[in-house]
Design a protein around this ligand. Structure first.
Ligand SMILES: [Zn+2]
Length: 447
């Protein structure tokens, strides 16, 4: 694990140099769930318990692991031409999850995957390109997820996942056509050696028999002719534009979304590309124009706040982030943005609200390492070193850095009131950091 976590963080954003991260974005997560939840329900899963993780990797891949964890590479989303194609792939992976196929590929287990589940906001990831230290522990070598995902299913499991996908899609009132189309689009890869294939197709060989069996089945289904709704098509286009704006170079964005394209997604992608080039004023102008059209879109306010924050204009960022929270109060990541901005305005009167906003977000996402890091900063600024060290212990714990977590927890215990809930939490972290009996004795910790 340590080797993986030690991947040079200067690669934080440069996908072409090999670093990938699990990325977080409220808007994209919402779109993925909107599209996928009917399939999860059809498979008898609780959509709220299926976690969709997005990996910033241009390689085309998707895979699932134990614990109903579904991983989708940004590259796969960008390669899907319709929402129905994407949901078809999701349905196939859901077939592996619901069929319990993960038991075999999940040999490394959820425990081994723990730290990598820590995600990073799309905007934060972009900003970290210039601040590599802050990304420590959040960037992985590009082969890391590939190795996890190609542990291999049997051909029989593959065909069962295809058939299950067809069943779920039909039950959800969706066509299975997209999955067949998607497979057909990449059929040419079958003649490649494994290392030249996209990871997804190393694991999912596209034999003629397999595609034939799937297409025969879906063509007979009642909803074969069902088409994507205009809303689903719009969401899909928006998601692709946002991902490309954040993850591709400006040249690529301008090629795919030239100024002659005045659609909302195209202008969104170009605004994000301007921000990533630190063309702050043109970016803000472009975002303002979008906000004029969609004043109640929380993600436009989030983007505006992000641009201002990254430009060192925290005071101006505050109302933008506040507006995004007002428009989407259920989204913890938006609240964390606001908390981060309230810390940065450097006004002691705002620290209590910063702590309250971040704490509220952490109530929904206790494993959010960035949230803990910000809490640690806020407590230090408030002159609360015990709570600051405890928050740092939590941050490291959720990053899977158990030794560092223990060091901070030991320090927190010295500063916190004995037997208080916080003191006990610090003790729990020490115990969870897998110390030896001798170390425990040395620390004087006894459960
Ligand atoms: Zn599969």
């Amino acid at each position: 694990m340590a080797g993986v976590l030690a991947t040079p963080v200067s690669q934080a954003f440069a996908q072409d140099s090999g670093g990938v991260s699990v990325i977080r974005d409220t808007e994209i997560e919402e779109i993925l769930h909107q599209d996928s939840d009917p399939v999860f329900v059809a498979a008898g899963l609780n959509p709220q318990s299926v976690q969709i993780h997005l990996i910033s990797d241009p390689q085309l891949n998707a895979f699932s692991t134990a614990g109903e964890q579904l991983f989708i590479n940004t590259g796969l989303i960008l390669e899907t031409k319709t929402p129905n194609q994407l949901v078809g792939v999701v349905a196939h992976e859901t077939g592996h999850i619901a069929g319990g196929h993960v038991a075999r590929s999940g040999a490394m287990g959820r425990a081994a995957l723990g730290p990598m589940l820590v995600g990073i906001g799309l905007g934060v990831l972009a900003a970290l390109a210039g601040a590599p230290d802050a990304a420590a522990g959040l960037v992985f070598s590009s082969t890391y997820f590939g190795e996890i995902s190609v542990l291999g299913y049997s051909r029989e499991q593959e065909s069962r996942a295809d058939q299950a996908a067809a069943t779920y899609l039909e039950k959800a009132g969706l066509s299975g056509r997209g999955l067949v189309e998607f497979f057909n689009n990449f059929r040419y890869q079958e003649v490649f050696d494994d290392e030249k294939k996209f990871p997804f197709f190393r694991d999912h060989p596209l034999t003629d028999d397999r595609i034939e069996a799937l297409s025969t089945r879906v063509e007979q289904q009642a909803h074969y002719g069902a088409t994507d709704t205009p809303e689903a098509i719009a969401r899909h286009a928006l998601m692709k534009a946002k991902l490309e704006g954040f993850l591709s170079g400006a040249g690529q964005v301008m090629a795919d979304y030239p100024p002659s394209d005045t659609s909302f997604p195209a202008r969104y992608a170009r605004a994000i590309a301007l921000y990533r080039q630190t063309d702050t004023e043109p970016a803000l102008k472009a975002i303002e124009a979008l906000i004029t059209e969609q004043p109640n879109n929380p993600y436009l306010w989030e983007l505006k706040g992000q641009v201002l924050f990254e430009a060192g204009r925290a005071r101006e960022a505050e109302p933008a982030h506040r507006r995004s929270v007002e428009l989407k109060p259920s989204a913890p990541l938006l609240r964390i943005n606001l908390g981060q901005t309230l810390i940065a305005v450097n006004d002691p009167a705002k620290l209590d609200e910063a702590v309250a906003q971040i704490r509220r977000a952490m109530g929904q996402e206790p494993d959010n390492a960035l949230g803990w890091r910000l809490l640690s900063e806020a407590y230090d600024a408030k002159g609360d070193p015990g709570l600051a060290r405890l928050a740092a212990a939590e941050q490291n714990f959720y990053l899977g850095q158990l030794l560092e977590a223990r060091t901070f927890a030991v320090h927190a215990r010295e500063l916190l009131k004995r037997d208080s809930p916080e003191w006990r939490r610090a003790t729990d972290i020490i115990l969870a950091s897998k110390p030896t009996a001798a170390q425990l004795k040395e620390l004087g910790v006894t459960g």
